[in-house]
Design a protein around this ligand. Structure first.
Ligand SMILES: N[C@@H](CCC(=O)N[C@@H](CS)C(=O)NCC(=O)O)C(=O)O
Ligand SMILES: [Fe+2]
Length: 287
């Protein structure tokens, strides 16, 4: 079944993020999509508890980690990508438009070490790029809208949407981050929904909608087309009006400032000062 990867989702209750371990049953080669680095904001302390659990499972299943794949520069949690590169010597891939995100947030954080060329990542993906994961093929679909650099990864019959789609009863992601755009998100979603109905979709977050008390993160193209509360039977203009009205009510994600300054560095912490200490910055009245 070279077209049916094994997929395990790991839900982080602190940020409502889902990380995925996806593997080729034939060769045992694996990728981790959107790994989380735990962050205690009060103590400014990072921890690898969540990613350690993913790695433990990977090892006990006898899998070999080949890639870390980011769907975008997350604004709500820190990525464990750099930690995995340091400990497992794997390469990190992200959408090529990450340069646009770096060019906005590098200056905001006055991050002199951040060059807006994506060079801190190992692979910069363009729409349509494809590469092997064992006997499987990973196809990159540029799905901008939530951010300009968002990509979805299609691996066999599974697509990892990041924040391009959420569960049908929650709808879609916000489009008010720099370079985000509701019209563009609608177009990206329509592209994903043109895939076969039985395509498995794995979403990047689950925020419990009213009336549901169990976290879910797997759905299908058919289910999204039939039931997504923001998309099903909704015209582009109606979607844009709904999305913009809703975005205007949303506050900044709790971890947006710690997250972005780390995530534009592929998860590396800012450089240490002469005393060997690392600091995050909190630009005042800036976002
Ligand atoms: N309350 C969450 C919100 C995080 C957030 O804004 N998430 C983005 C994705 S990165 C989103 O699209 N949220 C949709 C929504 O809040 O309706 C936090 O503070 O972390
Ligand atoms: Fe996001």
């Amino acid at each position: 079944m070279a077209h049916h990867p094994d997929v395990l989702g790991f839900f982080d209750p602190a940020t409502h993020t889902v990380s995925y371990l996806v593997s080729d049953p034939a060769t045992g080669l694996a990728a981790i999509i959107d790994p989380v680095l735990d962050y205690d904001a009060a103590a400014a302390r990072t921890s690898t508890r969540s990613i350690d659990a993913v790695m433990q499972l990977l090892r006990s299943a006898g899998l070999t980690l080949a890639f870390v794949l980011e769907t975008h520069a997350h604004a709500d949690h820190l990525t464990a990508a750099d930690h995995l590169r340091e400990t497992e010597a794997v390469s990190i891939g992200i959408g090529a438009r990450i340069t646009q995100v770096q060019s906005v947030f590098g200056p905001l954080f006055h991050a002199r070490d951040v060059t807006a060329d994506g060079g801190v990542f190992d692979r910069l993906f363009e729409d349509g790029d494809a590469f092997p994961l064992g006997d499987l093929t990973v196809e990159v679909i540029h799905t901008p809208g939530h951010t300009p650099a968002c990509v979805s990864y299609r691996i066999g019959d599974a697509v990892f949407t990041g924040d391009t789609l959420f569960m049908p009863d929650y709808g879609t992601a916000r489009t008010d981050f720099p370079g985000g755009d509701a019209r563009t998100l609608y177009r990206s979603i329509r592209r994903l929904l043109a895939l076969p109905d039985d395509t498995r979709l794995f979403v990047g977050h689950d925020y419990l909608p009213q009336g549901r008390d169990d976290y879910r993160f797997e759905t299908t193209v058919g289910a999204q087309k039939a039931d997504n509360i923001h998309i099903s039977g909704v015209s582009k203009d109606a979607f844009v009006a709904m999305r913009q009205a809703r975005d205007a009510t949303l506050g900044a994600p709790q971890l947006i400032l710690p997250s972005l300054q780390v995530n534009i560095r592929a998860g590396a912490l800012p450089p240490a000062d002469e005393a060997g200490r690392r600091y995050l910055k909190l630009p005042l009245n800036a976002i």
